[in-house]
Design a protein around this ligand. Sequence first.
Ligand code: KIV
Length: 276
Amino acid sequence: MYTQLEQRGMVEPPVNVGTLSKMKQDGKPIACLTAYDASYAALVDAAGTDLVLVGDSLGMVIQGHDTTVPVTVDNIVYHCRAVAKGLRHAFLVADMPFMSYANPDQALDSAVRLMQEGGAMMIKLEGGEGQVEIVEHLARHDIPVCAHLGLKPQSVHKIGGFKVQGREPDKAREMVDSAIRLQNAGADIVLLECVPNEVGKAATEELDVPVIGIGAGPHVDGQILVLYDILDITQGRTPRFVRNFQQGNDSPLAALQAFVAAVRNREYPAPEHCFS
Ligand code: KIV
């Protein structure tokens, strides 16, 4: 009973939206990873990760699909419940899968399921101008939101592959402006995927909310990577921004601790992980 109140007195209380916002203000890099089950979630948490995402990347790394498109709300709820059991400290975010937020009412229904059934503390959706009304609707109901811009993997068939976004100056400006509008609509975090360093830098400077990057360069407020990529479990070609943290470490926990340390001291990402 009243675990939330007891936890406030802990030496390292659980991370919440306020903690993440303060980390941005203090210039302390935020370390984030994906997880899909309780055992790995416990390791990711023990390593000191601040934010854990139950990403729809599970469609690729758990279910073996080529894209995230087949993932359903039921899938995310199932994995989120498992991950929630493994976490003590990290903030838990769950992905809204493809076509689960096509209009404000559907978005609210999906978000409520992820929070009530899955135990998520925030939902993430892939968005731009078209999602401003949805974010407003969720924020009006006090649902914490992370807005994912840049490369949006759910749009892979529309954009014709997993490609760097925002290389042209007008597209870069459009993306940062969309991020500002999503923040003003109520988004608490912005996530940028696969964009040139300069876009990550501009968004981080112009937004008040934390900006988390995956292939968005070294200037963002935090970094996120897919767990199986950094543990060298993913087979075949991995994206340029991935670093294998298992190499040189003798256990998965040591590899995860190395990731958190590399984010904190800004050793990761190095130039070879970035786009221009
Ligand atoms: O689904 C996912 O794992 C993600 C990350 C790549 C950020 O969205």
